[in-house]
Design a protein around this ligand. Sequence first.
Ligand code: ABU
Length: 517
Amino acid sequence: DFSNLFARDLLPAKNGEEPTMQFLLEVVDILTNYVKKTFDRSTKVLDFHHPHQLLEGMEGFNLELSDQPESLEQILVDCRDTLKYGVRTGHPRFFNQLSSGLDIIGLAGEWLTSTANTNMFTYEIAPVFVLMEQLTLKKMREMIGWPGGEGDGLFSPGGAISNMYSVMIARYKYFPEVKTKGMSAAPRLVLFTSEHVRGLHTHVLPFIDCRLKHHYSIKKAGAALGFGTDNVILLSTDERGRVIPADLEAKIIEAKQKGYVPLFVNATAGSTVYGAFDPISEIADICEKYNLWLHVDGAWGGGLLMSRKHRHKLNGIERANSVTWNPHKMMGAPLQCSAILVREKGILAGCNSMCAGYLFQPDKQYDVTYDTGDKAIQCGRHVDIFKFWLMWKAKGTVGFEQHIDKCLDLSQYLYNKIKNREGYQMVFDGVPQHTNVCFWYNPPSLRGMPDGEERREKLHRVAPKIKAMMMESGTTMVGYQPQGNKVNFFRMVISNPAVTQSDIDFLIDEIERLGHD
Ligand code: ABU
């Protein structure tokens, strides 16, 4: 009975050991029940409530903070309710995000990490984690193909930040004085990245909201680092969403003619919506010709480096100067786990170090090159490495390979199932390069309707409507979005090892059940 116990009764309180153990065992019971239910297909993916409903309070679950302490009984209720009203992202029928699944080893790693509660900035306070990070990053660099796995890197708080690191170090490489003097020390620099939304004509599709996001991380980096979003030049893509190298070269030449200085090219390995892989080798040829920094954003597609069958999609990545690779996406590591990998050793420190004397004293008793924190732009840095290192230990590289091959096989199963099925239309032709399968579902009433604005308006409303019904019934979740001049379509992605063909069949049945007018 925890109703008369409070946080103040737990360790370090005198005689706090027994209630602490009992309390933690209760918490573990809540968590392990949640884990079991996550894999139980008769459990809902979510129990949806609108924000105002949760804010108003649900049967004993009140989000408001109070001045007085709540009993541990209530704290346990709060833990249960937090999970109850959340989304089971590890459920085999959750397909909404690039990161999904509930890896048991990764989860154990995350629990251990929180228990250790340390900070990655110095070897002094995180000796084992710092070494794990170094060894894992080296292994990842070997998989990229950099000789001897040499180079540098860090785990960062997500792919957008990893991409931002790449822009920062590219600028430091070519214009190091910006670190001290600011952007006035550099000419007008321009960055290049893919952009699908360029083709959007709002007069053609007035009903589409223009706040489309694609490859927004490079634009964000442009804004945050003082380049300006106008200096992020968007590259045309082919019908499969891959950058057209000739367009890159033309835009480099155009920028130079205007007196701008091309600095950086982002090639995407696994785009967010189409799962497209840009032709890295051809882009690398152009970067070499014009002496530009080549970054590969493999946040989503980097995991395919683990697969002998699929790694060819990243051919040329070994020529990149930097790579983003998020194990929390295709490799199923619990959030967050994103690496920025750099070919040139020392450049991260050169770019970011401030030599804070209170953390990075040069006269410590150990080799202070292991104090990696000064390479980061943040000071406090979460231990993201342990869960991933533990997963790699537990599965081996072959385990990741099997996981990735399985997910790609499942997406091909989905593609084969719907490509000629009545009511479905693929957004682009051909087998998807990644697990992204993009499609429209036409309810029966739209099937005989001639193409035109009225039909497109109606089709635009189909995916959001079906998705809303899915969420309200809690049976499954899948993403949708418009792209360029294409009205809302479903984007199905698979990264969860718990998914089977029966879950794909379920999704299709559910779309047809809910989409039947
Ligand atoms: N970092 C982009 C993630 C988007 C998604 O999960 O759909």
